[in-house]
Design a protein around this ligand. Structure first.
Ligand code: UDP
Length: 234
């Protein structure tokens, strides 16, 4: 499968066309951004690590029956994927309070939640990804109810499978962000699943093994991503 012209360049990935109109190449970059791209930097070899982590997790989820855009890992930084129309909604799943939830609700980071929280954010850089609910999706025609029922059902299953997967490897899945896309009348899990969009804490020490090390200048960022990669591949 050959990489043709660039279709889109995002903050952490570049998408390329291929000779098959239904397939794209996702190229993973080392660039990192935070706080709506106000903070910029590079995490050395992040692209290689994130492609490997994401490919492994998509394969795992496919084997569990989750429909994803993943086709195959092509090279260090390249993944072949189905060309979806991204639904402009970020789906955040939370098992433990952290980040914006801790701020909003005034609870300490690390507080376990009595039940899983599903949140939605409208994907818009100029607006800073505002939080929305299912009424906004209807009023602004962002997605159909039937589509969002499938999205939420898949997101909850993904949470169950990934929590178990990480737990077996000594990692707590605190929260994470998913994106879904439309493909030939169906809905596929798309984008990536990496420490860029997940909060992953060491089960014993609660050490952060994700992009919060970059956001909060905690150091040892590459080492944290390497540890996640090693454990995900185990
Ligand atoms: N997240 C993301 N992209 C975003 C916002 C959040 O991938 O634009 C992820 C983030 O890495 C975390 C989860 O979604 O795993 C919840 O993030 P939160 O709402 O707490 O926002 P933050 O504190 O990161 O600003």
């Amino acid at each position: 499968m050959e990489r043709l012209e660039k279709i889109y360049e995002g903050k952490a990935k570049i998408l390329y066309a291929t000779d098959d109109p239904d397939l794209i190449v996702q190229y993973f970059k080392d660039d990192a951004t935070a706080f709506n791209a106000q903070k910029k930097g590079v995490i050395r070899e992040k692209g290689v690590m994130n492609n490997a982590i994401s490919s492994r997790l998509f394969k795992f989820l496919e084997d569990k029956g989750i429909r994803t855009h993943f086709v195959e890992k092509l090279s260090g930084r390249e993944m072949l994927a189905k060309k979806v129309g991204i639904i402009p909604i970020e789906v955040v799943i939370r098992n433990i309070a952290a980040g914006s939830l801790s701020k909003r609700m005034g609870v300490e980071e690390g507080t376990p939640l009595k039940s899983t929280i599903v949140e939605f954010y409208y994907k818009s850089d100029p607006l800073g990804d505002p939080m929305i609910n299912r009424y906004h999706m209807r009023a602004f025609n962002l997605a159909k109810d039937e589509e969002m029922d499938k999205v939420v059902d898949a997101a909850i299953k993904v949470n169950k499978y990934l929590r178990e997967f990480f737990d077996e490897r000594g990692i707590m899945l605190v929260d994470f962000k998913l994106e879904f896309g439309r493909y030939k009348g169906g809905i596929l899990l798309a984008d990536e699943i990496t420490p860029d969009g997940c909060r992953l804490w060491d089960k014993k020490t609660h050490e952060k093994l994700d992009k919060d090390r970059f956001r909060r200048d905690l150091g040892r960022i590459e080492e944290a991503y390497e540890e996640v990669l090693r454990k995900v591949m185990a």
